[in-house]
Write a protein that binds this ligand. Structure first.
Ligand code: 5GP
Ligand code: ZN
Length: 140
């Protein structure tokens, strides 16, 4: 299986590593939205947010917050986006699960301005119903 992130984990490819422990590694994104844009990934290969086991996700979230603090302190951005793209349609290009931590500035090049929809009549309830029906463990 060809995976650039697995190559980075195995030190077959170079990366500017910020932090690593036995299950998680964080390094700088090679094509940053802004300088200091970091990625946090599990050392085990999982394709996306839907397939990563919760225990692994817990480890990653902990490191993601740790790196976010460090970026915030060192780069002093106006804000941070912590995001994960899932599936090609959502912009995922490397199919090894990762969080992006993106330092943001009031005046930067990153635009994320969707054209927002309105729900027609009671359709918000219908959408909520079909989603709720698939929530197996917890009810809102
Ligand atoms: P995605 O598009 O899947 O959400 O994010 C993948 C990210 O990985 C992209 O922002 C891309 O710049 C970054 N990336 C791809 N190849 C490499 C690489 O070889 N080294 C590093 N450091 N980042 C990479
Ligand atoms: Zn991988």
């Amino acid at each position: 299986m060809d995976c650039i992130f697995c190559d980075i984990i195995e030190k077959k490819s170079k990366a500017e590593v910020l932090f690593e422990n036995k299950s998680v590694i964080s390094f700088l994104d090679i094509r940053p939205v802004n300088y200091g844009h970091a990625l946090v990934i599990p050392k085990n290969h999982y394709i996306d947010f839907l397939s990563i086991p919760l225990i692994e996700l817990n480890n990653i979230i902990e490191v993601t917050q740790k790196i976010s603090y460090a970026i915030n302190k060192s780069i002093n951005p106006d804000g941070l986006n912590v995001i994960t793209n899932n599936g090609q349609a959502a912009g995922q290009s490397v199919f090894h699960f990762h969080f992006h931590i993106i330092p943001r500035f009031y005046k930067d090049s990153f635009t994320f301005k969707p054209v927002l929809k309105n729900y027609e009549r009671d359709s918000i309830t219908e959408f909520a119903e079909i989603i709720r029906s698939e929530i197996k463990l917890e009810r809102v």
